[in-house]
Design a binder for this molecule. Structure first.
Ligand SMILES: Nc1ncnc2c1ncn2[C@@H]1O[C@H](COP(=O)(O)OP(=O)(O)OP(=O)(O)O)[C@@H](O)[C@H]1O
Ligand SMILES: [Mg+2]
Length: 562
């Protein structure tokens, strides 16, 4: 028989909140705790209890509270509550908590003994409960409700044993983008990367507003409470260091200037030369609408891409433009005209309807993203050099969806090619990509989805880890979600939470997710058999111009005088 023993195996009562109940089944994987008079047990509390086996070995059960309930002891009828309240019926209140066991140490799958004292896990017990003691390198991911730091095993993010994080939740309250950036901040500022820190790179795609264009500035509005939270997590309060910011070249402007709204200083414009567009076969990335690939257009695009690659072989490699048979080609429009007027298109695509459809899409691409491909600028001058800075922000929020797809597709494709060529998983690259449902939707095929799937599946061995965010994981290609080691949800729509993509949440966690407030997430990682509630502070970096400290160069509005 299993006997009760105090949690520390000795007899202390510190942190004791109650005892294992005997009126409900106590099993190795779950049990109920009766709260003691004057004690409170809340959802997400981490607890520990111990029992001594007949052979004298002490076995500890660590777990997380996932249900708490009160009821009148012995009350049978709904009306009893009224009678007790009126003093007509004596009754005791029973306050109990359900514990989802996260770890048994040593691993002896025996039930804890009813009556065994249970206490809040703190210090080394907390580390044990959540396997922190087994993590060779631990990344801080936030705080428990009680204010203790929580960690993730870096080995599941840096490719050693796994990679990628997937963050889901409703728009505006789930704090998905902020949490992705918080994870990145913790990676770079907690010291967890050790010797890898100097060479590790991050590429952040800014898809919405200018939120992420300020992350190299401190947040002047950060409250003292939030500062204290950073301290509790063991992180400094600082902006991101060594940041490069890129924005698309402004359309309609012959001079190459960045297309941004509030930030002008320290932003580099980016574009591709027409020659590299042709040479590197980038045309398919302009045709990223989901069903293009299925139709005849796919074949047409392939033919024209091949033809352009041939054109790029001609003329000087230093010429950013192309030679269209004696006529210089400088823009995508020039290319479209050349294809039509030279009769090449007819030779490449024999079917007139397919030709028409191809041209329609090519003209649309010219109008929507033609300014990103120019045959007038020196090669490499305006390229996105994501290896130059520790963090590179690539803004795409001003672009039409076609342009956004193009930039993301080409950037990721090149990154994969670069890493393949390098042939080693180090230096690591972390990519933050929002709206993953757009780039890797559940249905259909596109060259961009192909790259994202490739990263999800092979990125781990190449040292590329994707921090993806989406409002609904159910709309993202299942292979992307399946390959993410760290799965995170912020506030979730109740119906969305029922999808099988959230199978990593316990039934209780699914319901909890509907109540999460901004700054609270539920995180699951491979080694911990229970989703954890995590709190994280407001960004220590500015997320809008009003948070940039006054007088900073980038914060100054150049048009303020007017
Ligand atoms: N730790 C925090 N605590 C409370 N509020 C926060 C915290 N971090 C960010 N917020 C607030 O939540 C808002 C939404 O955050 P965020 O943009 O990250 O959400 P999102 O899930 O990415 O939304 P969307 O789907 O619209 O992109 C931010 O504007 C910010 O004011
Ligand atoms: Mg977002």
């Amino acid at each position: 028989m299993f006997e009760r023993a105090s949690p520390d195996g000795a007899g202390g009562t510190a942190g004791r909140v109650g005892v294992v109940l005997g009126s409900q089944d106590a099993t190795p994987l779950e049990f109920w705790v009766g709260a003691e008079e004057g004690q409170t047990v809340e959802l997400d509390d981490l607890v520990v209890c111990a029992a001594r086996a007949p052979d004298g070995e002490t076995v500890r059960f660590y777990g997380v509270v996932d249900v708490v309930r009160k009821r009148y002891e012995g009350a049978q009828f709904d009306g009893d509550a009224f009678r007790v309240e009126a003093g007509m019926l004596p009754a005791e209140v029973s306050y109990a908590a359900h514990v989802h066991v996260t770890r048994i140490d040593p691993e002896r799958f025996l039930p804890p003994h009813p009556g065994a004292p249970v206490r809040i896990a703190a210090g080394p017990d907390l580390e044990h409960a959540l396997y922190f003691d087994r993590m060779p390198a631990r990344l801080p991911i936030g705080l428990t409700r009680g204010g203790d730091p929580l960690y993730a095993n870096l080995e599941f993010l840096d490719g050693t044993r796994g990679a990628h994080a997937s963050i889901s939740g409703v728009s505006g309250v789930a704090t998905k983008t902020t949490y992705a950036m918080f994870l990145l901040y913790a990676l770079f500022h907690s010291g967890v990367l050790a010797a890898d820190a100097a060479n590790t790179r991050a590429v952040v795609i800014n898809v919405k507003g200018e939120d992420l264009l300020w992350l190299d500035h401190p947040n002047a509005k950060l409250s003292a409470t939030d500062r204290a939270l950073y301290e509790a997590i063991g992180l400094p309060v600082a902006p991101f260091q060594d940041v490069g910011i890129y924005a698309p070249a402004r359309p309609g402007s012959a001079a190459v200037v960045p297309h941004t709204g509030s930030r002008h200083v320290g932003v580099r414009p980016y574009l591709w030369t027409l020659r590299e567009f042709a040479r590197d076969r980038l045309l398919p990335f302009c045709f990223a609408e989901a069903d293009d690939a299925r139709s005849q257009i796919g074949y047409a695009v392939e033919r024209v891409t091949g033809y352009l690659a041939d054109l790029a072989q001609r003329g000087s490699a230093d010429d950013p433009g192309l030679d269209g048979g004696g006529r210089p080609l400088r823009t995508l429009d020039d290319v479209a005209q050349h294809l039509e007027q030279s009769g090449q298109l007819g030779e490449l695509i024999s079917s007139p309807p397919t030709r028409e459809a191809f041209l329609r899409r090519l003209h649309a691409a010219c109008a929507r993203m033609g300014h990103l491909v120019r045959g007038t600028e020196a090669p490499d001058r305006w390229a996105i050099r994501w290896d130059r800075h520790r963090v590179t922000v690539v803004d795409i929020h001003t672009l039409h969806s076609v342009g956004q797809m193009f930039v993301v597709g080409v950037l990721l494709k090149r990154m994969m090619a670069h890493k393949e060529q390098q042939g080693s998983a180090r230096p690591l690259v972390f990519v933050v990509l929002d709206e993953l449902n757009k780039y890797a939707p559940r249905e259909g095929w596109s060259p961009i989805k192909d790259v994202v799937l490739d990263i999800a599946e092979r990125g781990r061995s190449l040292g590329i880890s994707l921090f993806g965010a989406q409002q609904t994981a159910s709309e993202v290609a299942p292979r992307v979600q399946a390959n993410a080691a760290l799965k995170v949800v912020g506030r979730l729509d109740a119906a969305e939470a029922e999808h099988s993509e959230y199978g990593f949440l316990t039934p209780v966690a699914r319901r909890r997710a509907a109540f999460l407030q901004p700054g609270a997430m539920i995180v699951t990682q491979p080694e911990i058999p229970s989703p954890l509630l995590v709190r994280f502070p407001f960004p220590a970096w500015a997320t809008r111009v009003s948070e940039v400290p006054a007088g900073t160069a980038a914060g100054r509005d150049p048009f303020a005088r007017f």
